[in-house]
Design a protein around this ligand. Structure first.
Ligand code: THU
Length: 136
């Protein structure tokens, strides 16, 4: 395992402990690395109004963007499930805004298996800013 990858995974495991998931009991932690080498973490934040839940990925992306970062190089996603979980459809779309080539590293605290993907393979033919700007 590459050293940044190991580092991202261990930071994702750490932040996963802060997941607020009293409803699903499914805990997720992520750590992403931006093009400029900065790292940002996030955990899922659930709500009694279930639809208001925010996934760990979007919490970390929001923190990165709020710090002025816009390119996401890699994201490690760790969950409490038996096998590595991949990002949901909404998070794939939000990730696509900041880099189709983002590397997605998925693993679970219960197993040693690591699955890796490129975002463009998880969300092919995504809707992106080129459609919007072409329409102006
Ligand atoms: N969840 C994430 O935070 N990231 C994912 O990639 C999949 C799902 C959260 C949302 C919700 O709090 C819980 O996991 C169960 O869906």
């Amino acid at each position: 395992m590459a050293s940044t990858e190991k580092d991202l995974i261990s930071k994702a495991i750490k932040v996963m402990k802060n997941a607020y998931a009293p409803y699903s009991k499914f805990h997720v932690g992520v750590c992403l690395e931006t093009e400029s080498g900065k790292q940002f973490t996030g955990c899922n934040v659930e709500n009694s109004s279930y639809g208001a839940t925010i996934c760990a990925e979007r919490v970390a992306i929001g923190a990165a963007v709020a710090s002025g970062e816009k390119g996401i190089k890699k994201i490690a996603i760790v969950s409490s499930s038996d096998r590595p979980c991949t990002p949901c459809g909404i998070c794939r779309q939000v990730l696509a805004e900041f880099g189709p080539d983002t590397e997605i590293i998925c693993t679970s605290v219960k197993g040693k298996k690591i699955e890796k993907f490129l975002l463009k393979n998880l969300l092919p033919h995504s809707f992106d800013k080129s459609f919007v700007s072409g329409n102006r």
